[in-house]
Design a protein. Sequence first.
Length: 439
Amino acid sequence: MPTTQDYEYLLECKNVIGVDYDEREDRVTVFVTQKEPADCLADEDDVEKRVADAGDDVAIDVVDAGYDEEREGFDALSMFETVPEAAPGREGRHRPVPAGVSESNTNLTAGTGGPYPARVTDPDAEDIVWRDDIESGDLVRLSNNHVYARSNAADPGAPILQPSPHDGGEADDAVGELVGYVPIEEGVRVDVAARSVERELESADYFELEASWPTGIRREEYEALQGETVTKTGRTTGVTSAEIEATSASVRVNFGEDHGPVLLREQLVTGPMSEGGDSGSPVFLEDGALVGLLFAGSAEQTICNRIALVESELGVEILTDEPDTGGDVDGSAEIPVRTTTLDHTLSVDLESPSLSLESIRFEDRIRPGESVEAVVTVGAEPGAYWLAIEDEQRTVTIPVDDGPESRGQAAVTIPVSVPDGLEDSLTVRVRGGPVGTLE
């Protein structure tokens, strides 16, 4: 079965800056900077002819990006020397800092501060730039590489200001330092960077969005999102919404003179909902699940990283709220550090009274629209462990029975909500791992 990458040869055509293949509809969507009649194009620039010559029998949609001129890529939305004025209330100084307001590198015009809190899980991963003192379990705030790291140009430790310099931010408005980023390079899948935080200065809120958001983190089944409505909160255009037009697009994005157009893969493309300065905006589904990180666009489209790739490529886990500090915010309290070492997905038959799969069983019959108690049993060395099914998380302790090197077992009960409308099976995801502490 073809994939989007099989159609990247179309990016060689004049005006083409993005391509997406939808397997469900066997359809290729081509994004162009301007539409031209076929009789005005050379054969090598005629998308339909190129596809036919390749022997592919697929539907083709050609979508105008609205530039009205030949361009080499979409715009990275905070790379401009000038940016539009911020939406009311977003250009000011916010303490604590929420996501969705003006925030950027001290040497940039303006951008948007994105998801917080995110917890570092893999500071030793290859091909990721992390400051030397960053450790697993550290909390950070996210935005784009081109917002915090100026497209690889900034060194770790560079100040991040809230508000951005264009909105009056000065040295005293520093809220953190650049601590990590995924380098911008050909074929990358994300435009993301992280800054340090002082927890008493940060808020897990998303400016002008519902207090319950994010209700979760969308980490899978992105192909099913075609046509879904998403909403972002950003510095320039505030809260705006659009429909998803592509879910696995390969796009070229212009990152300025030092990089020029760069190919990014597996991107979400929506209708227009952003302008310059909105880079870094968090993007949500209608149920409040965080789904994307906005970074580029045109007059007719907005481009977003899949949030699951933001996590995996940078080596972080985005949390739906701040970890418990025991009531302290001065950094003296112990912060739980949860490392994922168990990640298992299973299917269970509806109406089944119980399910035994080594360490998991259901206490009652599983019926659509109801909740059922799942008993999760783990075996491990003595210590504290976290276990989670979907968004429900619990902690379990395995006691010391026969010495610290022995293995024991412990069980914890976790409620599972069964969606309405299921017919054959329920799929749940069980995760877990040891709980350490970060002083």
